[in-house]
Design a binder for this molecule. Structure first.
Ligand SMILES: N[C@@H](CCC(=O)N[C@@H](CS)C(=O)NCC(=O)O)C(=O)O
Length: 216
């Protein structure tokens, strides 16, 4: 009998699982990736709902216990692998900036993305256009804010140091690629996106998930 892997990721290509999948590759840890066919509704099967009662990807099984929520999983992985320095340590100068950025992305931008993509499914189809219009304003407002944040020439969201916030932000930026104004059209987001997409782990991630668009 083989040893159980510490991490099992339930994912769907290009979905909210992407940032977690990316981080697992960056960490260089062993993990198993299990595909959830969300187009076929596999996230609503009784078996999957036992792992993730929200019926969404990602789910990460950590030492036998299943957890959801992409941002929380990124923060958990950073905590479990402090040697990789993907989050500032408690008490350090940039800790508050990291917490603020992670919550901003997860609390403001991610729900607006959900509204943009799922307005007609999560809510009444006849109200979808109004929901999408508000979501678009919120998303483009977030690009304005992040663009201004990067305008000082910093290479990453926290400065020179790569962090979990970069994985989450880049994934969210990718989701804008077919929107009327993609994130790549903002002055300071464009070089940031180029830089993040050039990371070998991002290239590997896209290969593993079978994604061909939005690559350098
Ligand atoms: N807040 C959740 C959102 C997850 C989410 O909305 N995942 C989408 C894919 S991007 C999903 O599972 N969709 C399938 C469905 O809602 O039925 C997170 O960040 O993990």
């Amino acid at each position: 009998m083989g040893l159980a892997l510490t991490y099992t990721l339930y994912y769907s290509p290009g979905a909210a699982s992407m940032a977690v999948h990316w981080m697992l590759i960056e960490l260089g840890v062993e993990f198993e990736a299990r595909l959830v066919d969300i187009d076929a509704g596999a996230q609503r099967s009784a078996e999957y709902l036992r792992l993730n009662p929200s019926g969404r990807v990602p789910t990460l099984v950590v030492d036998g216990a299943a957890h959801g929520e992409s941002a929380a999983l990124l923060m958990l992985l950073a905590e479990r692998h402090p040697d990789k320095a993907l989050a500032p340590l408690p008490g350090s100068a940039t800790r508050a900036d990291w917490l603020e950025m992670m919550i901003y992305l997860a609390n403001t931008l991610l729900p607006a993305k959900r509204d943009w993509f799922y307005a007609g499914k999560d809510g009444e189809p006849q109200g979808a256009e109004a929901v999408k219009a508000l979501a678009r304003l919120r998303i483009e407002g977030a690009w304005d804010r992040l663009d201004a944040h990067l305008a000082d020439g910093r290479t990453h969201l926290l400065g020179s140091q790569l962090s979990t916030a970069d994985f989450l932000a880049t994934m969210l930026m990718r989701w804008s690629r077919n929107m009327p104004r993609p994130a790549t059209t903002w002055k300071h987001l464009a070089p940031y996106i180029q830089r993040m997409r050039a990371r070998p782990a991002f290239v590997d991630l896209n290969d593993r998930e079978g994604l061909t668009d939005w690559r350098n």
